[in-house]
Design a protein around this ligand. Structure first.
Ligand code: SAH
Ligand code: SF4
Ligand code: F3S
Length: 474
């Protein structure tokens, strides 16, 4: 799920609250704050993107406006990701560069939050080596942001506040969503899986589900505001409800959301292959709103490596899940994540990964070079693979995947697909862009009034990563 490249956030309009509860009345840290500007730079996955929407919500409540660029901001927040070394390096590079900016504008408030900041060692390192950072806080105390900001404005010292764990799910936080068509809705926080390579359980804490009634209320409010699609967010959405002890499962939640009139599409991220059941597939099959896109991160095709990764499924189980999905929903798109060069991955293990790639024929896969994360089990495992070897494996895998993606897309040529129109393409302003139910990007010429609508489009040309089409008269 993690498209861990920088997600530059330009947040504006569409204020909502999670669960629709009354927005908190917050004390403004600066009475003259109405013309002050904020800029949030978000790294990492959709969890962070959504957290940035909450930060923006708070800031707008405090009278701040979003800055058009980093040069004109009064408050700059880096919402960070710790999933791989590279993600951390980018943030450290940026923090270093901000020193000059702070020197030129001592009034500028610089905040660092998110998954990197949640790690105590990293937070302390930022504090001691980069005194120009005013505020450091983690993932469990996001709801305290307005108070922390006030403290940072009043204090000459860096304010550092990291909570070791989340207490309870906090509802009613303001959310400033970027656009009015698709919305992210959190259903679970944290993760209990402890895959041996992964830092997420350490920086996001244990799994906590939101009450179904709060999720339903939030989605209903979004529909009233004109949103057409929601993506339910969780590190393992399939375990939704397990901690609530009220018998409500992810499948039940989907059925409940299906009944919301006016909602066009439901998506979810991310599924764990161990927990993806036939029952859930049947619910999706019978649903009109849940899209036929299955993102099922496999990570490796070798049982030996899957075991070391603590993924708790085998390649055989994975293939069975794929086969019951395809049996019931043949048009489904299936995408995945791979990690190459996990400690001890032999050439044969890697060939098993290529084998599963060819057997399943994923529509797309997101592949990452294994990055050791301090504190995780895998970081201390023997048999770390040299970077050169990891890169070669990644290129090999990507090459095969790209040709499969292209071949699958080719089968759509001449077909009609249903597209939710999201807006004009950034590269070509006269071209509209949207996604199929199977999550494929489609570009086509069209009119502004089509934005926000679900329309039929005929595919006339295909590429590896996207499709070109023309609008069919409805
Ligand atoms: N909860 C989701 C997302 C986890 S992070 C899931 O289970 O799939 C997104 C992806 O980042 C993972 O699927 C994995 O492929 C990759 N990833 C996580 N830790 C990594 C690491 N240490 N090195 C390289 N890739 C990693
Ligand atoms: Fe990380 Fe595994 Fe949890 Fe995904 S399921 S967030 S990969 S520990
Ligand atoms: Fe997401 Fe990165 Fe944190 S992938 S959960 S922002 S470590």
């Amino acid at each position: 799920m993690d498209k861990t490249e920088i997600n530059k956030k330009r947040i504006s309009s569409h204020k909502n609250t999670a669960s629709g509860a009354a927005e908190q009345s917050l004390e403004c840290p600066d009475a003259s704050g109405d013309s002050r500007k904020f800029y949030i730079q978000t790294f990492g996955c959709q969890m962070n993107v959504h957290d940035s929407e909450i930060l923006a919500g708070f800031l707008e409540d405090l009278g701040f406006q979003e800055a058009a660029g980093v040069e004109e901001t009064d408050i700059l927040i880096l919402n960070t990701c710790a999933i791989r070394q590279k993600a951390e390096e980018k943030v450290f590079g940026m923090i270093g560069k901000l020193k000059k900016m702070k020197r030129e504008n001592p009034q500028l408030i610089i905040g660092v939050c998110g998954c990197m900041a949640q790690q105590e060692g990293t937070a302390k390192r930022i504090k001691s080596r980069h005194p120009h950072v005013d505020l450091i806080f983690g993932t469990h105390n996001l709801h305290r942001f307005p108070h922390l900001l006030k403290e940072a404005e009043e204090s000459r010292e860096t304010v550092l506040d990291i909570w070791p764990e989340g207490k309870e799910v906090v509802e009613g936080l303001p959310i400033s969503r970027k656009e009015g068509i698709k919305a992210w809705v959190t259903i679970t926080y944290g993760c209990n899986n402890f895959c041996s390579y992964c830092v997420v359980p350490y920086v996001r804490g244990r799994e906590q589900s939101r009450e179904m009634s709060n999720i339903v209320k939030e989605v209903k409010d979004l529909v009233l505001k004109g949103y057409k699609e929601v993506t339910l967010l969780g590190q393992n959405v399939n375990s939704y409800g397990k901690d609530l002890d009220n018998g409500i499962t992810f499948a039940r939640l989907l059925e409940k959301l299906e009944g919301i009139e006016g909602l066009g599409r439901i998506r979810y991220m991310t599924s764990h292959p161990r927990d993806f059941t036939r029952e859930l597939t049947r619910v999706i099959y019978h649903s009109e709103k849940v899209c036929e896109h299955f993102h099922l991160p496999i990570q490796s095709g070798s049982n030996n490596i899957l075991k070391k990764m603590n993924r708790s499924y085998t390649r055989e189980h994975y293939l069975e899940v794929v086969s019951f999905i395809r049996e019931l929903i043949p048009e489904a798109s299936i995408t995945t994540d791979f990690i190459v060069g996990f400690p001890g991955e032999t050439h044969e293990d890697f060939l098993d990964t290529l084998d599963i790639l060819e057997r399943v024929r994923f529509d797309t896969s997101y592949s990452f070079i294994y990055s050791p994360r301090k504190g995780t089990m895998a970081a201390d495992m023997p048999g770390q693979i040299p970077l050169k070897e990891k890169k070669e494996r990644l290129n090999w895998l990507n090459e095969i995947q790209n040709s499969i993606s292209r071949e699958i897309n080719e089968t759509l040529r001449g077909k009609s697909v249903e597209v939710l129109v999201e807006g004009f393409s950034r590269e070509k302003p006269s071209v509209l862009t949207g996604r199929t139910r199977t999550n494929k990007l489609v570009n086509f010429p069209g009119k502004e009034e089509m934005i926000g609508k679900i329309i039929p489009v005929k595919i006339i040309d295909v590429k590896t990563w996207s499709l070109n089409g023309e609008v069919l008269e409805a």
